[in-house]
Design a protein around this ligand. Structure first.
Ligand code: PGA
Length: 251
């Protein structure tokens, strides 16, 4: 059975005290009767401390927002997967559109990062998604297929079990425009089909596929009740405890 997962991607937001307060506020009101996994993706600086705060909550995990494609060495300013694992991180987000756009990360870079993360026992939240013009030109399915194919389909079945996919149409990220639940379901169903073609039906059925892009308390239920949408990668709305909790409660 695949997991429902709600991830808060804080991006480059929140000072230390604000971060700790937000985590405490969410933890104090987590629904007890739900199995949804909750993941905080804070700045690297607070990851270890936040992992400690979450350690009593079995279904609460911590994610880094990025990792180096290198293992170790003379790469000033970089953070390795080994460092994230040794700071009690569980996941790392790889392939976010902001990293692809602002830091020019290619599918080939992502392969190196994914391999490094998996080799250091991290799970990967792999982001994919099209630009608005690609959707308008109806090339969005081919594009997402290529992203997944070039970054994930070299993996073994055992490694692929540690991949969570986040479909994030770029035109919906931080814009207040959400994909309709039908548009999102259509792409999620497509992603599950291509996973099934590559790794078989059982693996495809067990893969959690999250939606990201202006997900908020008003639209989360509509999205999460779609049959191939297993949760969300939440940016802006994860910075507010009540909004993030409302999204977690939407299952
Ligand atoms: P958003 O960001 O919820 O603010 O649109 C989502 C993301 O980029 O992960």
């Amino acid at each position: 059975m695949r997991k429902n997962i709600v991830v808060g991607n804080w991006k480059m937001n929140l000072k230390r005290e604000e971060s700790l307060e937000l985590v405490s506020a969410v933890l104090s009101k987590l629904p007890e009767d739900k199995n949804t996994e909750v993941v905080f993706a804070p700045s690297f600086l607070y990851l270890y401390k936040i992992a400690k705060l979450c350690s009593d909550f079995e279904r609460v995990k911590v994610s880094a927002q990025n990792c180096s494609k290198e293992g170790k060495g003379a790469f000033t300013g970089e953070i390795s997967s080994e460092m994230i694992e040794s700071s009690n991180g569980d996941y790392v987000i790889i392939g976010h559109s902001e990293r692809r756009e602002f830091f020019k990360e290619t599918n080939a870079d992502l392969v190196q990062k994914i391999n490094m993360a998996l080799a250091n026992n991290l799970k990967v939240i792999f982001c994919c998604g099209e630009r608005l013009n690609q959707r308008e030109e109806s090339t969005h399915f081919d594009w997402v297929k290529q992203q997944i194919n070039e970054s994930l389909f070299h993996l073994s079945v055992a490694d692929f079990n540690n991949i969570v996919i986040a479909y994030e149409p770029i035109w919906a990220i931080g814009t207040g425009i959400t994909a309709t639940s039908e548009q999102a379901q259509e792409m999620h169903g497509f992603i599950r089909t291509i996973i099934s073609e590559k790794f078989g039906n059982e693996i495809a059925e067990n893969t959690s596929i999250l939606y990201g892009g202006s997900c908020n308390p008003n639209n989360a239920k509509d999205l999460f009740t779609q049959k191939d949408i297993d949760g969300g990668l939440i940016g802006g709305a994860s910075l507010n405890a009540d909004d993030f909790l409302a999204i977690i409660h939407s299952f």
